[in-house]
Structures are given as structure tokens and as C-alpha cells.
Design a protein around this ligand. Structure first.
Ligand SMILES: [Zn+2]
Length: 329
């Protein structure tokens, strides 16, 4: 297995592709169907120890057309994690002797690729572990260096090939790949479903001049918050998605965080009980009050644009001179 430094080099090779969309796929992997990467956006890459992590987000248009995100199954890894954490918290002696260090991952994860889940709309990571001769090649394929026993000069076959919108491609050789549905490094204080979720830190982030709909998807403060939760919490708090947080005032920001936490917790509970979470604004044409809903792709300049639904009447836009403490009637 390549040591950490080599994996860091792979990380360095992959980094320029962050922010690009997969436009063509190839490779021999049977565990991960290479075509399932089609249209995904590479959003981040991290290296931890000897493992490389690549975060992919689905294309918004594909999601709305082909999937009903709320019917997606809960990620098994997440469930396992929750159960384990709960178990450890309530009774440390019940821990299994060997410990359960398995990384949440598996083929089943691909079923979730299309949609947001309560704790991870934006958190789908491909975990790559390299074999002894594992490697990543950029814009070229590995070639045979010598003939095999039968005298054939056969080039190695990549497990996965990803062609990106910027016209380059990555080829992965001799590696094991699995999906995981939590960030490789999530602090519980930024995890919206954790009891340790730090509201103060979240409120401070929201209070900046940035539109609140950008900050909500910032995984540093709202780990696990995906596009559905963003839309629903903003609607329930009656806040226009592009409102600069600095104009909203603390009570309204607190209400927004309350809705984020409540909606996510309800959703997770519903997943365990097999019920579907009810949305009021996400992918709707009318709000519950019967107003026409507006849909637009919103995101930071040059960043990933996410489809956003809001009701211009229930979520009026703030003007800069509006007093901060105004509550909508
Ligand atoms: Zn409305």
C-alpha cells in the first residue's frame, strides 16, 4: 500500500478537478458501476492517512428529473454509526471487545446517490484505498512495462476512469473504492444531528453578510445539511434565501437554526419509522398557502449552484434599511 506521502501526491493530482463535472466514465470496477459517476460533480478531496477521499454531489437537474429524494433509504453507515454512538453513550461496557471500526460504506450506498438525506445531502464521499501498485494517472493511461508470462504486452486496466468537463481525465489503478456517507472529518459540534451541535458557532456563521442560503450549505458549520433541509428550514422560518444573515437579527437566525434541527431530527426519525418526510416548499409549485413558488439556482459566485425554491410572499426579501427585529406577521 502506498504510504501517506504518495497518497498526498495523488490528492495533489486530483485537486485541480474539484469543481468539475464528470462527463464520461470508464473502467472495470464491478463493485462501483463506473457509469454511476456520470454527471456527478467532484466537490472536494481530502487525504487522511493512507486513504484518499473524493466528495461527489449529484447534478441538480438529474436529481429533480429522475429521483424522489425523500423516498431514498437512509444510509446504512449512518444508522450504524448512530446506533454505535448511542450504545457507547448509554452503556460503555456493552461495546464489543474487538470494537466496530468498520468504515461505513458499501454498494448499497449507490442507491442513495440521487437524493439528499437528512444528515448528508452534500456528503457523499468516495473512499479510495490503494493496493501495492495502486496509482492515479492524469490525462494518460498506465502502459505495460514488460510482457506477462505468455509474452503479451498488456496494459493495466483501470478500475475507474473519470473524464471531466474541463476536458482532462483521471484513471484509477489497483485500488479499492467504496462510498461512505459522512464526511471523513466531521466534528460533532458542526453535525446538525449531533447532541453536541454548537448553536453559537452556527449562529455566528449565519450572521455574516453572506446570503443565508449559502451559509446553510457550508459543511464546516452545518455538516449534514443538504438542499432539502435548506429549502424547508428557510420556508418554515419565513426567510428569503438570499437574505444577508447580517440583516436578519438574532431571533430570526435562532428560529432558522431551530427549524434546521427540528426538520432534520423529524426526518431521521421518520426514516427509522419508515414514514416519508413531508416537504412544504422543496420541488413544489405552490406553497401551503397557495402562493406561486419561485425556483432558481443559487450559489456563491463561481461555486456550485443549488436549485432553491421559495415563496416570494411568505419569504419576502429584506431591504437593507429594514429594522432587524421585524417579525413577519
Ligand atoms: Zn406562500
Amino acid at each position: 500500500m502506498p504510504e501517506g506521502p504518495l497518497v498526498r501526491k495523488f490528492h495533489h493530482l486530483v485537486s485541480p478537478f474539484v469543481g468539475q463535472q464528470v462527463v464520461k466514465t470508464g473502467g472495470s470496477s464491478k463493485k462501483l458501476n463506473p457509469t454511476s459517476f456520470q454527471s456527478l460533480w467532484l466537490q472536494d478531496t481530502q487525504v487522511h492517512g493512507k486513504k484518499l477521499f473524493l466528495r461527489f454531489d449529484p447534478d441538480e437537474e438529474t436529481v429533480s428529473l429522475h429521483n424522489s429524494p425523500l423516498s431514498e433509504p437512509l444510509r446504512k453507515g449512518e444508522q450504524k454509526d448512530k446506533a454505535r454512538n448511542h450504545q457507547e453513550a448509554s452503556d460503555p461496557s456493552s461495546r464489543s471487545p474487538g470494537g466496530d471500526s468498520a468504515v461505513p460504506s458499501g454498494d448499497d450506498g449507490l442507491q442513495c446517490m440521487g437524493g439528499d438525506t437528512p444528515a448528508g445531502g452534500a456528503e457523499r464521499w468516495l473512499q479510495v484505498s490503494f493496493g501495492l501498485f495502486g496509482s492515479i494517472w492524469v490525462n494518460e493511461f498506465s502502459r505495460a512495462k514488460k510482457a506477462n508470462k505468455r509474452g503479451d504486452w498488456r496494459d493495466p486496466i483501470p478500475r475507474l476512469v473519470l473524464h471531466f468537463s474541463g476536458s482532462g481525465f483521471l484513471a484509477f489503478y489497483n485500488c479499492q473504492m467504496a462510498w461512505r456517507f459522512s464526511s471523513p472529518v466531521v466534528s460533532p459540534t458542526s453535525d446538525i444531528l449531533s447532541e453536541k451541535f454548537h448553536r453559537g458557532q452556527a449562529l455566528e456563521a449565519l450572521g455574516r453578510e453572506l446570503p443565508v442560503c449559502y451559509t446553510l450549505l457550508d459543511q464546516r458549520y452545518f455538516s449534514g445539511l443538504g438542499n432539502i433541509i435548506k429549502n424547508e428550514a428557510l420556508f418554515r422560518a419565513r426567510i428569503h434565501p438570499l437574505s444577508p444573515g447580517s440583516l436578519l437579527g438574532l431571533p430570526r437566525l435562532e428560529a432558522l437554526v431551530d427549524h434546521v434541527v427540528a426538520f432534520s431530527a423529524d426526518w431521521l426519525q421518520g426514516k427509522f419509522q419508515g414514514t416519508q418526510q413531508h416537504t412544504q416548499i422543496y420541488q413544489k409549485e405552490q406553497c401551503p398557502a397557495g402562493h406561486q413558488v419561485v425556483k432558481e439556482s443559487l450559489g456563491p459566485p463561481g461555486g456550485f449552484q443549488r436549485l432553491t425554491w421559495w415563496c416570494p410572499q411568505c419569504q419576502p426579501r429584506l431591504s437593507a434599511d429594514e429594522p432587524k427585529q421585524v417579525q413577519p406577521s
